[in-house]
Ligand binder design. Structure first.
Ligand code: RAM
Length: 899
């Protein structure tokens, strides 16, 4: 057995972050050891200004002293307040339940950003270029030069823009983040990035930056709006250089900088980029460039009070995909097929004459005749146009646009196009993969792949509904229903922490939560402008709860508490004295895009929206009461508990007959009422029977955005795994596997986005919407059996409870928790149920061995020993054991399992 060591030291979910502005950052570590039953019993953290001080234990800024505690995640820094740009080093050691201490961990560090606003001495600089019409403008280039005369110890640059920027130092791009400064509700919060550029400086230096329209003033929303946040782009740069002699210098963006247009003629999030390589300005971001023809910049008066350091992960280019096929369509279009619906762009290699123009168009699908299909992109042109400069091999990648696509149409390519000339660049928020789920069924594995791709493709700094058409908005409902699945697949803690801040800031004074965040709809026309929609606005409560459940993060509950409360209070006001939210004038999306057997061209739901609204009001109110208790808002606990009791009473009276039938007799209504715990005790069996009977009657699901995520979990809850698996395994429309029979590589917006004959529904119809991918939660938790214990969140105590069935012979769910890897993998082989669980150090688990009997169980090929036997409980489900950390292999005869 290797010696236990402390690894993966994180600060605010990141390894060695710089430029953060969380004043009391939270620290975490993993105890890496394969040892059984290993728990931390105490820890000691120390923090110093230098590595040397840290390791000698001298001049410490803070020592936690030995704290008797098993907490190893989200431990709050308790030392003195830190100052702007202060870097501190930290390490930790722990004591375990076997009376051993580890040695000190390797040092980690974090570095603060600008905390004192008076340190922002840079000015926003801009070109004289104001958007007055609905049109993309050329991207802007900024530059300055400076000399350094002394030896440099360290240099950091802080940078942001109104628009999206790329920063260059001495000709090299600074960092590899994309679409910086990121997408926030720009009028209230503007992120700046900090980069360590120590190695990039030389004697004669030049800083350059390109700024494009981006979300700030580009085309946004499906109504063709431009300049939503502002009409003028700007850049803010501040470079701090520390010299070895102890002096320092700050280079800032100011009136001395020069600006110019360049080769990016148009750059639009939806429409694509027009790039003319003939206009390239060689060496523009290096010293010595002749910028005589460049214009002087203006100083723009814009708030620095709104500047914040980023908490979420940046967007990056994560993967490259080579095209699988080159197709000539029946119409004669030259099209490359990547074999996967991705988000990003195509990198093109090309040779030709000066002035040759290549057009790249992007599409998710081919139509039923095999031709390139872009109608579902609506107004998004998704077209990149590259004009060659004509000097040998040229490589093109766009700067400030992205497309959602699997197919690339190449028009007017000079010479013969080969598969090697185009590469698909996959971009998304740099969320670390944490989950995997595989089974014996390749179609279900493809479903899992589609869910994960749907997540990657739609996590582009904000959770978007779709990545391809003229929308790509942070729809709250979609984010809400998918959040738990998202938290299995990838580490999304910091991603949601960031987005929820914007949700709260955009929230209306009366507590109403907007339909999309950042909110680009309020004030516009139509129902989308209204907000406060049931199941959508509840993201305000449900997503913080998901983050708390998945990462044990209490701070998100504290920070979002006022926002949650405001939303719950809004619903209470709307519901009034009878506790029923049935205001006919209030718009809800309801069970959006549900299957409706009566109307083949459905675009609505059959579950009454009032019923859904009151059900969700109940659910969010119960969560709020729990949250109030968790964060010590004792004065609120009773109030919200009572409110919930009253809503439940009203719901029962209004929507449930004395026979347990719901007035909306739909799968969604039953799934919602049962899973939110709205059915009175004595009626559960009857309601459950109605629910099951409806599924049997149809033989398929009929649910939409709000019902679908609850469907299989609720069927399992009422003991009808058979029906849940029936729904999962169904291959005809409507089902999760039907799109896969049609070749889908991502989750569709509609159950029948594409009909069996290949026709595609016109209008609002995306091939890449993650909402229906919310089935992923059930796959991990139920089929795989890897679950959070809500009373002991963040996987501090894990529940293993696999449910084999549906003809599967194996399932393997794995999750990289903050404590380390968790595994729940079963296989039925040679008449035996083999089950492996991996429990990380410093956690414990309850394991249910389905349909096992105590004397039939072998653990690592031996009979159960007394330590485990002591914990054994026989339940209706099987045998339950309490386990500590380690790897365990169980096996027993599989005869009693219903497969
Ligand atoms: C459309 C999309 C989106 C959904 C809204 C209500 O814009 O389907 O995902 O949330 O409608």
């Amino acid at each position: 057995m290797k010696k236990a060591e402390l690894i993966n030291l994180v600060t605010e979910y990141k390894i060695n972050p710089i430029g953060i502005d969380v004043l009391k950052p939270r620290l975490g570590w993993q105890l890496n050891s394969g040892e059984r039953n290993l728990m931390q019993t105490a820890y000691e953290i120390r923090v110093a200004n230098s590595k040397k001080d840290l390791e000698s234990g001298k001049n410490l800024i803070w020592s936690s002293q030995k704290v008797e505690s098993d907490q190893s995640v989200n431990v709050v820094y308790g030392g003195p307040a830190l100052t702007s740009m202060q870097r501190v080093y930290w390490q930790v050691r722990i004591w375990d339940n076997k009376n051993r201490a580890t040695s000190w961990s390797s040092p980690a560090f974090w570095e603060m950003g600008i905390l004192d606003r008076s340190l922002w001495t840079a000015s926003y600089i801009a070109m004289d270029d104001i958007t007055t019409e609905k049109k993309s403008h050329p991207s802007q280039y900024f530059r300055t030069e400076f000399k350094t005369k002394k030896a440099i110890k360290s240099a950091k640059v802080q940078v942001t823009s109104l628009g999206v920027y790329e920063l260059y130092l001495n000709g090299e791009k600074v960092g590899n983040d994309l679409f910086t400064p990121g997408y926030t509700t720009y009028n209230k919060r503007l992120q700046y990035q900090t980069y360590d550029v120590t190695e990039m400086l030389q004697g004669n230096n030049a800083i350059g930056a390109i700024v494009g329209d981006g979300w700030y003033r580009g085309n946004i929303g499906w109504k063709g709006d431009y300049a939503f946040y502002g009409k003028q782009l700007a850049l803010l740069v501040q470079l701090n250089i520390n010299y070895t002699d102890g002096t320092n210098e700050t280079i800032v963006s100011n009136g001395d900088w020069k600006a110019s247009y360049g080769p990016i003629l148009e750059s639009d999030m939806y429409n694509g980029e027009k790039y003319d390589a003939r206009l390239e300005m060689d060496g523009w971001a290096q010293s010595g460039f002749d910028d005589n023809k460049w214009t002087k910049v203006q100083i723009l008066d814009h708030s620095k009070e709104i500047l914040v350091a980023p908490q979420g992960p940046p967007v990056k280019a994560i993967e490259e995909i080579k095209p699988k096929k080159l197709i000539t369509t029946p119409k004669g279009e030259i099209v490359l097929d990547l074999g996967q619906n991705i988000v990003g762009w195509a990198r093109m290699r090309v040779r030709g004459n000066k002035g040759d123009r290549v057009t790249l168009k992007f599409a998710e699908v081919l139509d039923k005749d095999g031709n390139f299909y872009t109608k579902n992109l609506r107004a998004a042109e998704a077209t990149d146009i590259y004009t060659l400069k004509g000097d040998g091999e040229e490589i093109f990648e766009p700067h400030f646009t992205s497309h959602g696509f699997r197919y690339i149409q190449v028009i007017d390519y000079p010479g013969t196009l080969s598969l090697d000339d185009i590469t698909g660049i996959v971009i998304h928020s740099d969320i670390a993969p944490t989950g995997s789920f595989t089974t014996s069924d390749p179609m279900i594995n493809q479903l899992q792949s589609n869910i994960q791709w749907g997540q990657k493709d739609n996590f582009l700094d904000i959770p978007t509904d779709c990545p391809q058409r003229d929308e790509r908005a942070g729809w709250t409902g979609d984010a809400q229903v998918f959040s738990m699945t998202a938290a299995y697949n990838f580490d999304v803690a910091a991603f949601y922490i960031k987005w929820l801040k914007d949700l709260a800031l955009d929230q209306h004074e009366n507590g109403s939560v907007t339909n999309v965040v950042p909110d680009i709809l309020t004030g516009g026309e139509g129902v989308s402008a209204q907000g406060g929609a049931t199941g959508w606005a509840d993201a305000a409560v449900i997503i913080p709860w998901t983050v708390y459940q998945s990462y044990g993060d209490k701070r998100i509950l504290e920070e979002q508490y006022e926002s949650m409360k405001a939303w719950v209070n809004f619903m209470a006001v709307k519901s009034g004295e009878d506790y029923l939210w049935n205001d006919p004038k209030h718009w809800h999306w309801g069970d959006w895009l549900a299957y409706n057997a009566d109307k083949p061209d459905y675009n609505g739901s059959v579950t009454e929206k009032d019923l859904i609204a009151t059900a969700y009001a109940y659910y969010s109110t119960t969560l709020l009461a729990k949250i109030a208790a968790i964060i010590g808002k004792t004065e609120d606990v009773g109030k919200y508990k009572e409110q919930a009791v009253n809503i439940k009473k009203a719901f029962i009276q209004e929507y449930i007959t004395p026979n347990g039938r719901l007035v909306s007799h739909t799968q969604t209504a039953y799934a919602m009422a049962i899973s939110f715990d709205l059915i009175p005790e004595g009626l559960i069996e009857k309601s459950a029977a109605y629910f099951a009977a409806d599924i049997e009657k149809f033989g398929h699901l009929t649910t939409g955005f709000l019902g679908t995520p609850l469907l299989c979990t609720t069927l399992s809850k009422i003991g009808r795994d058979d029906l849940a698996f029936m729904l999962l395994n169904r291959k005809e429309f409507p089902s999760w596997l039907y799109p896969i029979t049609m070749g889908a590589t991502t989750i569709w917006e509609r159950w029948d986005t594409q009909k069996p004959d290949g026709t595609i529904i016109e209008g609002m119809n995306s091939f890449n919407h993650y909402s229906y991918g919310a089935i992923g939660e059930w796959l991990y938790t139920h089929v795989g059996g890897l679950r959070i214990d809500p009373k002991n969140p963040g996987y501090k105590h894990i529940i293993f409870d696999p449910h084999p069935g549906g003809g599967l012979t194996s399932a393997d769910a794995e999750f990289l928790s903050l404590y380390g890897k968790i595994k729940s993998a079963w296989e039925i082989k040679d008449g035996k149920f083999h089950y492996e669980v991996v429990i990380p150090s410093n956690t414990t688990a309850s394991v249910t061995l389905p349909k096992a009997t105590p004397d039939s169980i072998l653990i690592n090929n031996s009979k159960l020993k007394s330590d485990l036997l002591k914990t054994l409980k026989q339940t209706d489900e099987g045998v339950q054991l309490e386990l500590g950390s380690g790897t365990y292999q169980f096996s027993y005869p599989s005869g009693k399992l219903k497969l």
